[in-house]
Design a protein around this ligand. Sequence first.
Ligand SMILES: *Cc1c(COP(=O)(O)O)cnc(C)c1O
Length: 428
Amino acid sequence: MSKHTIKNYGIETRAIHAGSRPDSETGARNTPIYQTTSYVFDDADHAADLFNLQTFGFIYSRLTNPTVAVLEERIANLENGRAAVCCASGHSAQFLAFFSLMEPGDRFLASRNLYGGSITQFGTSFKRLGWHVDFVDATDLEAVKQAITPDHKAFFIEPLANPGGVVLDTQALADLAHENNMPLVVDNTLATPMLFQPFDHGADIITHSTTKFLAGHGTSMGGAIVEKGTFDWATAGKYPTLCEPDPAYHGMRFFETFGDFGFSMKTRCVGLRDFGPAMSPTNAFNTITGIETLHLRMERHVQNALKVANFLENHPKVSWVSYAGLPSSPYYELAQKYMPKGAGSVFTFGVKGGYEAGVKLVESVNLISHLANIGDTRSLIIHPASTTHRQLTEDQQIAAGAGPDVLRLSIGLETADDIIRDLDEALS
Ligand SMILES: *Cc1c(COP(=O)(O)O)cnc(C)c1O
């Protein structure tokens, strides 16, 4: 890597090389799993400097670990961000991101087209911390203009939403967030940096559930928070957690001290340190290995998803298909603009015959697994109304895009004709 810096390489090269180098002690070419909790200090001064954040190094694996650090650098690189923090799951990434922004009593704005677990986390559990969410239909820019207020601390969206095949106008939403002096926080789990680059379209912070496509094989939980590094927290004037002296670090001001990675330092050194959802080194290793084929997998995920969506759209027992890669989708144009390489491989469709037909279908598939996950090499199916959304009333289910006839697919990497045959047999 002599003449070029890693930044100049294509995204496929960076998916394989960014953040990792042969082990200096042993020459090991792959990143070792540093299965250790702690690290020996050179001497007492070195230890003191580490604890004061005056030097960078390893103290304890709740804060930093060499295997996790390689993954953090790789994800930051693929997203063209300044820094990344990895943690135990996508939900802990969201929790830590908001902990670095919010005070009790604060409000934030969120798209209502989100992963169901995020709606519950924001609407129910965050409320108990005094963090209040206002949900808005982010497909409607006028509705966002009406709902957004200067006292919101962040605007959270999924540009490619789970489950519904909804694509948002990310740049327009970023402009509205910035007019109101707040960052746009983007959950890029479904698109991945291979299909969509949020920082090129106005986003300031990215969160990931690395559990899904990044790890990619249904083996390892994980999350990531990525910072672009250009948001001016001081001028925005409403982020005391980043700009005021922090009592958890002898009065350090994180933005003043660390500048374009101050948000990440706050997230790691306070949020991750004090709440503790660290990523395990083994999960980091599995995720590093997963990312090395991410570009190839996403290409095939998208090809297979389009074939399956086309098949379903023409099936007499299917009433509708919501996939932004189909020209019939109301989000087709936005998908072409923002995600020209494809609209992911998670989408929903409706079966004729409602709830009963939905249950029958998930019980009749063979190759496709009936379970609650996405982003696996295997094709997956779930009937939200009888599983993830069964606590809701039918009206609430329909509002959440999980009505009685809705099925969600995550199309895997098998032979497309085999996936189609499995669905065809189950439908009949
Ligand atoms: C799964 C998922 C999450 C939550 O991630 P976990 O790793 O399960 O905690 C958040 N957002 C989206 C879009 C997801 O699919």
